[in-house]
Design a protein around this ligand. Structure first.
Ligand SMILES: C[S@@+](CC[C@H](N)C(=O)[O-])C[C@H]1O[C@@H](n2cnc3c(N)ncnc32)[C@H](O)[C@@H]1O
Length: 559
């Protein structure tokens, strides 16, 4: 027996097994896809792009198109009809339902199943949707078009030329079949119609996606793009990341396009229909057509966590928390110099940075703290929230005689002298600045008052903190801070803790170990140089730090 004959016989064997199973009326129509996937050889399915839609996504997409009460529905690549079955199970106003399917076995099976569900107004057409689309338009289209590479399409040159002519585009000859389905689906949509297409997400970033994105933007057709996290496999057996494109014909000119990122497809079910507010596990960004550039890689516009906002940069808020310093309500009373502090038990004294000029360098060390203490600066914060010992009670009584307990902040605390609780912040940033903000590594691990905001990285690794500091004191960071002037204002700058969360910072957690160590060491070297030399700006270490920051940010630099 020759190879092709045995192959055909093998093919016939699984085909008839499958059709028999369909005849035997499967109680759960959803298991049709699993049965087919088990019986049909992988190579056969791959060559035809037969990867089925998970029911939860089919439900979400169906609900979205049915929301507009369509009278007609088309699935141009019906497979076993998951979308048609889903629509028929839901309350609907459909009077015409059409499925296209090129594979006769699937077309036959889909027809039997939908007919059994009472879908008498359903037609399954066994034909090629790309070459012979239906003449009429549809109010709703649901599709998981086949993923078929350009060279596996039938007559690619002729097909691409025909599409270029019909749609007034110049398609890349590398366009995947699903790109052609996207154009043809939009074309077959009635005025005010809705289409939901599940495809791989590669067209958002690939060159062949540019004409497709331009086509959709020019027609203001995009209602939303739902991107699944790469870690989340939507299609069984294939590695590609998935995307749902929601299209509408005749959208209002200024209607927003939602860019939604989903970690878990089950979340979509929660928000189907009304997803103005982002539910847990979803992030949503709204843009207008004119704000989207078809040439750009759109994948970066969604908001993963942490969100890459430029090459290796993320928002500070993605890798750290920020909190304002401790507000005492009466600094001169609650902060003490060494001589004053000696009257009270150390238990009630917290070493503290009380003023920004007390930490003028890139770091604040235990030696710096000692130097301030010896110079009689206020470096202790009085903190007592229990029963004060006699000496302290007398001090508080004196405060009451001065009316301190009636002040705005103190009158809201119980007892009035109890301090608010704050963790020690590894990195500090000045609250006010003449020209720019100053970042200080808190090596002495002291508390801080409101002259600083605390930056609390989500990683408890002192080497990473130093690497982050190398970035925060770099010219690149200063330039970005400058660009954020709208946030920080002009003249004397005052910053709120949440303002700094938007600052683009280097995601040090994603750097190779060697780069982290190098940045951390360069930061130390620069700290030492600055202490030793008033003319530190011109030191070679400054240039080297800038070069390593540039390298870490993904620039091409010579080291
Ligand atoms: C990714 S599957 C989707 C099937 C089903 N709609 C679902 O969502 O599970 C794509 C289907 O399109 C069919 N197909 C491939 N090329 C086609 C074409 N040119 N016209 C119509 N159907 C086609 C394949 O046989 C396959 O069943």
């Amino acid at each position: 027996m020759n190879a092709s004959l045995s192959q055909q016989q093998e093919t016939r064997a699984w085909e008839s097994d499958f059709l028999r199973a369909v005849e035997q009326s499967l109680s759960d129509a959803n298991s049709l896809e699993s049965l087919y996937t088990r019986l049909a050889p992988y190579a056969y399915r791959k060559s035809r792009g037969q990867f089925f839609t998970p029911p939860v996504l089919a439900e979400f997409m169906t609900d979205w198109v049915l929301e507009a009460s369509p009278a007609s529905l088309l699935d141009p690549a019906a497979g076993l009809g998951v979308f048609l079955r889903c629509a028929l199970r839901r309350p609907h106003s459909l009077t015409r339902v059409v499925g296209y399917e090129i594979d006769p076995i699937l077309a036959k099976a889909a027809e039997r199943v939908v007919m059994r569900m009472g879908g008498t107004n359903c037609t399954i057409i066994c034909d090629d949707f790309l070459l012979a689309p239906p003449p009429e338009a549809f109010d709703a289209i649901l599709a998981n078009p086949p993923y078929i590479r350009h060279h596996d399409l039938s007559d690619p040159p002729g097909l691409f030329q025909a599409f270029d002519r019909r749609f007034g585009v110049r398609l890349s000859r590398l366009t995947n079949a699903y790109g052609l389905f996207l154009l043809q689906c939009y074309d077959r949509l009635s005025p005010n119609g809705r289409a939901a297409l599940l495809t791989p997400s590669e067209f958002l970033n690939a060159d062949f996606g540019v004409p497709l994105k331009r086509f959709l933007l020019e027609r203001n057709a995009l209602s939303a793009l739902v991107l699944f996290d790469p870690a989340h496999r939507v299609f069984e057996g294939i590695l590609t990341t998935a995307c749902i494109t929601l299209l509408e014909k005749n959208r209002e000119a200024d209607a927003p396009i939602r860019l939604i990122r989903v970690a878990d497809e089950r979340r979509l079910k929660l928000v189907g229909g009304s997803w103005a507010s982002a539910a847990d596990g979803l992030s949503c960004r709204m843009l207008r057509s004119k704000e989207l550039d078809p040439q750009a890689k759109w994948g970066a516009l969604f908001s993963p966590s942490p969100r890459k906002i430029a090459r290796r940069l993320v928002r500070l808020g993605d890798i750290a928390q920020t909190k304002r310093g401790i507000a005492t309500g009466a600094n001169s009373f609650f902060t003490l110099c060494d001589a004053e502090a000696r009257r009270f038990p150390p238990l009630f004294l917290k070493p503290c940075l009380t003023k920004a000029p007390h930490a003028p360098l890139f770091d604040f060390t235990c030696e710096d703290f000692d130097a301030l203490r010896q110079r009689g600066k206020k470096v202790y914060l009085l903190d007592c929230d229990g029963v004060p010992p006699p000496a302290l009670m007398d001090y508080f009584k004196a405060g009451e005689r001065a009316g301190l307990h009636h002040r705005y902040l103190t009158s809201r605390r119980t007892p009035w002298y109890a301090m608010e609780k704050r963790e020690i912040a590894p990195i500090l940033v000045t609250t006010f600045g003449r020209r720019a903000l100053r970042f200080v590594l808190n090596r002495a691990r002291v508390w801080h008052l409101t002259a600083f905001h605390g930056i609390y990285p989500r990683f408890d690794d002192e080497r990473l903190h130093r690497a982050l500091m190398a970035y925060l004191i770099s010219r690149r960071c200063a330039a970005l801070l400058d660009r954020e002037k709208r946030v920080y204002g002009d003249g004397l700058l005052k910053v709120e803790p949440r303002d700094i969360l938007a600052l683009p910072v280097l995601d040090v957690t994603s750097l190779p170990d060697e780069q982290v160590t190098r940045l951390a060491d360069l930061f130390d070297a620069l700290c030492a140089r600055r202490r030793a030399d008033a003319d530190w700006h011109h030191a070679a270490v400054v240039q080297e730090l800038e070069r390593w920051v540039a390298l870490a940010c993904g620039d091409e630099v010579c080291l």
